[in-house]
Design a protein around this ligand. Structure first.
Ligand SMILES: *Cc1c(COP(=O)(O)O)cnc(C)c1O
Length: 395
């Protein structure tokens, strides 16, 4: 069997990617987290608590819905939508927030810190913190606070403290820096609830595991509905958590093709997009490098400075990508490409009009990637598109 089914022969490594590139002060808390996560995974009581909150608090399982009007309109293959937008707080992010929240309780840490870009992860973290009785501090760039004022209000209503970050581009990567700084300072009482498959080991593996319920459900649901596996999976890729959550359960099924869609923004020039694995389409500036604890593809200038990024969707607007995706791309197990802001907006409108679903602009990228390729599919192809969240926040 190929190595694909065993992604991490060395824990935390995906081929050459991943790892643990942090200051010495963070090594002890990361090792503590690895031990706590390993013990939690082996403890049936932890799994029961996790599954109970996913079901009764978050609203799992989410439907796998046949998009009949969209399928007919596009005139190609049968399309199903995995409805993560129907989860509590409106996106897939609650899966991981519940898992890590329970882990914080298990480690005896009464306080969590989190970073947020669009505010979706901050809202999910604040929500879980309220439910589990944890103190919650969310770091958010002031640029993002202005763009996502509704989510700032939601976090405060839930009892979280939202701290504005004025450094750098005042967006997600700056918020991550501040959250890490807080964690180093308060590590005895605090868990860092990281929001995607990014950062140092064990985060990329742990966050993937908490989201892999998406693909486990989708696999059962498509087999029940169609009595066969899908031919293609589509998901948008910011850090990559909703995508790997859908893909993971299908990695060993070699017939299932996986397509991750990145933010092509306004154009292929560095600074105008957030496409890290779409060099074949001419998107420039991504090379392997280390950002925020992990070795992966990073958008950078010729001298190795982190490049500015742009996307209409804040959730995809980040200069690095989860290390497992970098490896799946190198191995050819998944493929990655980008669509523009305009394509994503058009796809969101189409889904709203044909299916009565207003998707998050992030999720609309996945749909736009499918629409762009529609003529290449056969009639009997069977597609699953992950609708990672709902679009209220983007109004
Ligand atoms: C945050 C977010 C994303 C991007 O994050 P991933 O880790 O790549 O999944 C995508 N869709 C929605 C709705 C989000 O809130």
């Amino acid at each position: 069997m190929s190595t694909i089914t065993q992604p991490a022969a060395v824990p935390g490594r995906f081929g050459p990617y991943g790892g643990c590139y942090v200051p010495e002060t963070l090594m002890a808390p990361l090792e503590e987290l690895v031990r706590a996560y390993d013990a939690a995974q082996a403890d049936p009581a932890f799994r029961t608590a996790f599954e109970s909150l996913l079901k009764n608090f978050a609203g799992r399982p989410t439907p796998l819905q046949h998009a009949d009007r969209l399928s007919a309109h596009l005139g190609g293959p049968k399309i199903y939508l995995k409805r993560e937008d129907l989860l509590h707080t409106g996106a897939h992010k609650i899966n991981n927030a519940i898992g890590q929240g329970l882990l914080a309780v298990r480690m005896g840490k009464p306080r969590i810190v989190a970073e947020t870009g669009a505010g979706q992860h901050g809202v999910a973290s604040a929500t879980v913190a309220a439910k589990l009785g944890l103190e919650c501090v969310v770091y958010m760039g002031t640029e993002d606070m202005a763009r996502q004022a509704l989510n700032v209000s939601r976090m405060r209503m839930l009892g979280a403290q939202v701290v504005g970050v004025e450094s750098g581009s005042r967006t997600l990567k700056d918020a991550i820096n501040e959250a890490m700084r807080d964690w180093v300072t308060n590590v005895r009482t605090t868990h860092y609830l990281l929001g995607s498959v990014l950062g140092a080991h064990p985060y990329p593996t742990m966050v993937r595991d908490f989201h892999s319920v998406i693909g486990r459900e989708a696999r059962q649901q498509i087999l029940a509905a169609e009595n066969r596996l899908p031919t293609h999976l589509f998901a948008c890729v910011g850090g990559g958590s909703n995508a790997i959550g859908l893909f993971h359960e299908f990695l060993a099924d070699r017939s299932v093709k996986m397509i991750g869609i990145e933010a092509g923004g306004r154009g292929a020039q560095l600074g105008e997009h957030a496409a890290r694995l779409a060099a074949a389409q001419g998107y420039s500036g991504a090379r392997p490098g280390v950002l925020q604890g992990t070795y992966t593809y990073v958008l950078q200038t010729a001298d190795g400075q982190i490049a500015p990024t742009h996307s209409v969707s804040a959730g995809l607007d980040y200069p690095a990508i989860g290390p497992e995706h970098a490896w799946l791309a190198d191995e050819g197990r998944a493929s990655y490409s980008a669509v523009s802001d305009a394509q994503a907006l058009a796809a969101a409108k189409l889904l709203a009009r044909l299916e009565g679903i207003i998707p998050a602009l992030e999720s609309a990228h996945a749909l736009a990637g499918l629409i762009e390729r529609i003529s290449k599919f056969a009639k009997d192809d069977l597609i699953i598109v992950n609708i990672s969240g709902r679009g209220d926040k983007d109004m």
